[in-house]
Design a binder for this molecule. Structure first.
Ligand code: ACO
Length: 438
């Protein structure tokens, strides 16, 4: 895992800020690509002013080497490699190695890494009893948050964040065990026995086997489906400083152990504005039902007085086609074809809706394009997952990105506890009044 030369980012340029006739020079930095940034870290000490940016729309919270998004171009790079190339040619474990280490692995490095991941897939047997404590109808995301947080109690020997070896063991444990935990959450929610991991299967193949095999009969994982699953994991592996990744970093900035930090990330991902949108997109396509009802829903989405939005459309960063949506659409077709689903009315509705929206002035003007969630719900449903599992699958894949970002943060010499400031608008200082006098 790498550390870098931070002096490379200085441009020598400064931004001038004038407050009450007093001028302040703020250093400007440049990244490898993307917009330049103004360093305001000393502004309070120098001027007594904070900056105000709710939702962090203009604030870079860290200096990172891992993932780059160009929202206007619709570009997503992991360590410089385009998501389309990785999804077409790479595997999820190769991508995980890349995100963690900064470079694609040699064959020898890949063998060592994939053996290590494969050999850490079992979870402590006592965790079986832990999962049984949940109500049978618990949401699998609730089980995931609990189980991952509980890993800190099961793997004491990899919670010292100042020990490089322990950090590596914890990182590999997280990536190796998260499919087992996700599958356990699923099996528990449907009342089936847990299927143990198998070391002779690939990462996605093993996960599908743990989800869909039962002890009563042989189960064969379809390789086309396993490849599609692997691709879906690649697409979701990292996405820069989104809400859940920032949560992991903020939790980690206090020195909390990695399992606790990833549990915090899973909790944040659960929300419908983040990881929960694919379920909402699928529900919307089901509700629309047939192609002839699309204009009615497009009109609703455009109506200022109607809160309805086209789910799976629009993105805070992408103001162009989400590059992951292109790959997801293709994976969706591959899965439906392989499963012999020739006429899926939901896919017909999705394709027609996409066509209509992409040509509609409202969507064009606001730069609202399909995002990854538009096609992922249809694909995951076809693979046999209930909608409650969609966010779980997202969390499984994103664990790799969270782990990479957490490692980068822990090793950053500039890292300090994350502590935003505020614009206080509450009561001014006042005196306490005794209860009897109020
Ligand atoms: N349907 C109709 N109108 C929309 C949509 C949509 N899906 N998305 C945005 N708009 C409109 C808004 O009404 C707003 O219009 P206005 O300027 O006239 O008020 C304008 O476009 C800008 O929208 P904001 O909500 O300000 O954009 P923001 O960046 O805050 O939100 C978000 C982005 C949350 C993704 C939004 O586009 C949305 O709600 N989309 C639907 C939900 C969705 O698909 N989420 C998945 C995101 S991808 C992911 O998390 C993996």
């Amino acid at each position: 895992m790498m550390t870098k030369d931070k002096s490379a980012r200085a441009t020598g340029d400064t931004a001038k800020l004038e407050i009450d006739g007093q001028s302040y020079d703020l250093p400007i930095y440049k990244g490898a690509v993307g917009p330049r940034v103004i360093d305001v870290s000393k502004l309070y000490a120098q001027s007594g002013h904070f900056t105000f940016d709710p939702g962090f729309t203009s604030t870079a919270s860290c200096d990172s080497d891992i993932t780059y998004i160009d929202g206007d171009k619709g570009e997503l790079l992991y360590r410089g490699y385009g998501i389309e190339q990785l999804a077409a040619n790479g595997s999820f474990l190769e991508t995980a190695y890349l995100l963690l280490n900064g470079e694609l692995p040699s064959s020898k490095e890949f063998d060592e890494f994939s053996n290590a991941i494969t050999n850490h897939t079992m979870v402590h047997e006592q965790m079986q009893y832990f999962v049984r404590g949940f109500r049978r109808d618990a949401h699998p995301m609730a089980i995931m948050v609990g189980m991952v947080g509980a890993m800190s109690a099961f793997y004491h020997d990899s919670t010292d964040i100042n020990d490089a070896h322990q950090r590596m063991v914890a990182s590999r444990r997280m990536i190796a065990k998260i499919p087992t935990i996700a599958a356990m959450a699923y099996k528990y929610s449907i009342g089936q026995p847990v299927v143990y991991p198998r070391n002779d299967l690939g990462y996605a193949e093993n996960f599908l086997n743990m989800c869909f095999a039962v002890p009563a009969e042989e189960y064969h994982v379809n390789p086309v489906i396993a490849r599609a699953m692997d691709k879906i994991f690649i697409l979701h592996a990292d996405h820069e400083q989104n809400a859940s990744t920032s949560t992991v970093r903020l939790a980690g900035s206090s020195g909390a152990n990695p399992f606790a930090c990833i549990a915090a990330g899973i909790a944040c991902l659960w929300g419908p504005a983040h990881g929960g949108a694919n379920e909402a997109a699928l529900n919307m396509l089901q509700e629309i039902g047939t192609v002839d009802r699309i204009p009615e829903y497009v009109a609703k989405a455009k109506d200022k007085n109607d809160p309805f939005r086209l789910m799976g459309f629009g993105h805070r960063v992408y103001k162009n086609y989400d590059p992951r949506a292109t790959v997801m659409q293709q994976a969706c077709h591959e899965v439906l074809q392989e499963l012999g689903i020739k006429d899926d009315p939901m896919l017909d509705v999705a394709m027609e809706l996409e066509k209509i929206a992409l040509n509609d002035e409202y969507f064009v003007e606001k730069k609202l394009y399909p995002n990854i969630d538009f096609y992922s719900g249809i694909t995951l449903k076809a693979l046999g997952f209930p909608s409650t599992m969609f966010t779980v699958l997202f969390a499984l894949a994103r664990t790799t990105g969270w782990v990479a970002q957490w490692n980068e943060m822990v090793q950053d010499p500039e890292q300090r506890i994350g502590r935003p400031r505020q614009l206080y608008s509450g009561a001014a200082p006042r005196d306490y009044v005794n209860l009897a006098k109020r």
